[in-house]
Design a protein around this ligand. Sequence first.
Ligand SMILES: CC(C)(COP(=O)(O)OP(=O)(O)OC[C@H]1O[C@@H](n2cnc3c(N)ncnc32)[C@H](O)[C@@H]1OP(=O)(O)O)[C@@H](O)C(=O)NCCC(=O)NCCS
Length: 389
Amino acid sequence: MHENPKRINIMEANTIYKGLEGVTVSETKVGFVDGEAGRLVYRGYNIEDLTEHSSYEEVAYLLINGHLPNAKEYQDFTQVLRKSSELSKEVVDLIWTHSESHPTSLLRTAVSLLGANDRRADHALDKDQKDMGMELVGKIPAIVSSIRRAKDGGKYVSPSPELSMAGNMLYQSTGKKPDKTSERIMDVCLMLHADHGSNASTFSSLVTISTLSDIYSALTSAIGTLKGPLHGGANEMALKLIMKIGKPENVEKVIGDMLQKKEKIMGFGHRVYKVYDPRAKILKGFAREVTQKNGKELLFQTAQKVEDTMIMKLGSKGIFPNVDFYSGMVYDSLGFHPDIFTAIFAASRASGWVARSLEYVSDNKLFRPRSSYIGERGPKEYIPIGKRN
Ligand SMILES: CC(C)(COP(=O)(O)OP(=O)(O)OC[C@H]1O[C@@H](n2cnc3c(N)ncnc32)[C@H](O)[C@@H]1OP(=O)(O)O)[C@@H](O)C(=O)NCCC(=O)NCCS
């Protein structure tokens, strides 16, 4: 039998890369994280430029299509998003009848339900995958907002044609039209979280799409993966810690005690960034602004003191604030409850998941890694159940 020489090498080497750390599994043109220089790039554009001049709608288009839209493309795309952000009766019923469920679980189930109800998903062609993906970019934020609305005991709110996606996220979750500052801050949060390298949820969307499954399934996998506290949950814990510390005077003792006990301070450190996370730098300015506006200055001052203390103690080891340190505070000031923070993350990351899934499947290779078997090789004698001890 003819053996593939590459395959023999892999078998002979038998090296285990736990968690696939350090393993490159694909090429991408979607986004780039430069951990040494502290740069985040979407399709060649610096995140600082995008958050200053652009909008989430443009960024989502850019990630999925590879270029910034012209006026006509922008209009067509925003129309798709707007239409998609009006939820069907089945999805609204699901959200309102399960409003006690965890928001991320409910979001995952809603996306799965959408897939089950979309006949295009049964035998998805390339064009269908892209259309369904773009619709999901519009639907997921509306689902997240409606989950918050249902939890607060309100009725479903239809999106407003006058508002941006960020504005509608706030409107559909509260029933009140947001002010310009809140809409802008939400927009920046969506842009900042849209894509970030080969993280666990993005990778799981690639594994699913690589079986030629549909994009709903890919995003359902991604949302399930994002739910874990090692991935999407650090901002909630960072906010809770800052709230528990309460005021700047308490910081040195609390942080000092935690570090002595070798506890991790949530919102600090990163596998890729060994300098200040560029997303945290941008969010910090907004956190200052929004906490001032909402009378929560003490929260910001306490966070600033935590940052100073951590950098003094661990900056030399490359430990700086990451995106999660300030994002929880921003969401809290915008009125979101901590248990929905991860679902908001998913609302933004949907565009990155779609962009990378479509890119991967266009030059597809089924994922099929190996495990090294370390159990008994036998053969052991089979003993019928009645004779076992
Ligand atoms: C993200 C994370 C897993 C990266 O871990 P890592 O790659 O092992 O980190 P490093 O190797 O750079 O750590 C260097 C040192 O700083 C310590 N350190 C790293 N992050 C720390 C944190 N948040 N709090 C306290 N100490 C930390 C490490 O324990 C290590 O200490 P040592 O030299 O005594 O062994 C880690 O920083 C962490 O758990 N952070 C908190 C969770 C979080 O905010 N996650 C969201 C990421 S976007």
